[in-house]
Design a protein around this ligand. Structure first.
Ligand SMILES: [Zn+2]
Length: 298
């Protein structure tokens, strides 16, 4: 069944992202135009380093503060688009929370690199985090598995000090790949979240079999957590012919990965993240969804 997204209003966004960041994201393009900036899109040119944490009032300073890198230009339609993407994820989650066994959220832009107060890596609002938080608000116990090529650093950051959501990410080793500054195996959560995050970094060129072996470890952690709802950040950029050239996953490999996820037998919300081989992405997501349903025994 295909379904159009519903508008859940500002509350689910505010349950994950800080009020000042949301205000920035909604208003910054207008401020950029009013200030007479010459580029069409909002770009930062200075970012706080590890030893600075001040929040300035200045426009360029704020752009640097609220964006983690230069891969998140903000245009006149960004706010509308990111709210729509979050509503797509929330709509899928609502179906599953109301009893559907699974739903697939076709989100654009993606979300897993967005922190509670920062955009980055094509991501502005963290769709999967917003959807998972909507499940927490209903007393559910979610696990999030991120199988995008890149570490789900934003999702990791949002739940890192919380003990109510398990987050697991399989990805290309950040030692030599974006997002570089997170996604390492020793990052396991802190405070109430200690032990509730798992990173499984994998080397360049990882193929189906090695990936599936790591996925076994991920799924073991999920089973140990005993969630009652599963969220999956579905990235197809680990594809062997993806222009990002990170992994060597095949179209059939995506079906095998999804089958293993489906075999968990959990109510599941699949949320689209990356994937940059546009001609093949359709075949890859169909393979993924078919594999998932095969894992369901369907
Ligand atoms: Zn990615």
């Amino acid at each position: 069944m295909l379904d159009a997204p519903r508008d859940f209003g500002p509350a689910p966004r505010a349950a994950v992202h800080s009020a000042d960041y949301l205000r920035f994201l909604e208003t910054v393009h207008g401020r950029w135009v009013d200030a007479g900036m010459t580029s069409e899109h909002v770009f930062g040119n200075v970012h706080p380093g590890r030893h600075m944490s001040g929040l300035p009032g200045n426009l360029l300073g704020q752009v640097g503060y609220y964006t983690a890198d230069l891969a998140c230009p903000i245009g006149p339609g960004t706010w509308t688009a990111v709210c729509a993407a979050a509503n797509v994820a929330l709509t899928a989650a609502s179906h599953v929370l109301e009893g559907a066994p699974q739903a697939y959220a076709v989100c654009r832009p993606p979300g897993h690199h967005a922190f509670d107060d920062a955009a980055g890596g094509f991501c502005f609002l963290n769709n999967v985090a917003i959807a998972a938080q909507s499940a927490v608000a209903q007393g559910r116990r979610p696990a999030i598995v991120d199988m995008d090529l890149h570490a789900g650093n934003g999702t990791q950051g949002i739940f890192y000090r919380r003990g109510d959501v398990l987050t697991v990410s399989l990805h290309r080793d950040p030692d030599d790949y974006y997002p570089y500054f997170a996604g390492y195996a020793e990052e396991r959560g802190e405070g109430d979240g200690a032990g509730t995050h798992l990173n499984l970094p994998l080397p360049e060129g990882t193929g189906d079999n090695a990936y599936l072996a790591a996925l076994d470890d991920a799924l073991q952690a999920v089973r140990a957590w005993a969630p009652d709802i599963l969220f999956v950040s579905v990235g197809l950029d680990g594809y062997e012919h993806d222009p990002l050239e990170g992994f060597k996953l095949t179209t059939v490999g995506f079906a095998r990965i999804a089958q293993a996820l489906g075999e968990l037998g959990l109510p599941t919300v699949l949320v689209q993240e990356g994937g940059y081989n546009v001609p093949d992405i359709g075949a890859n997501i169909v393979s993924f969804l078919d594999g998932f349903m095969a894992g369901r025994g369907a």
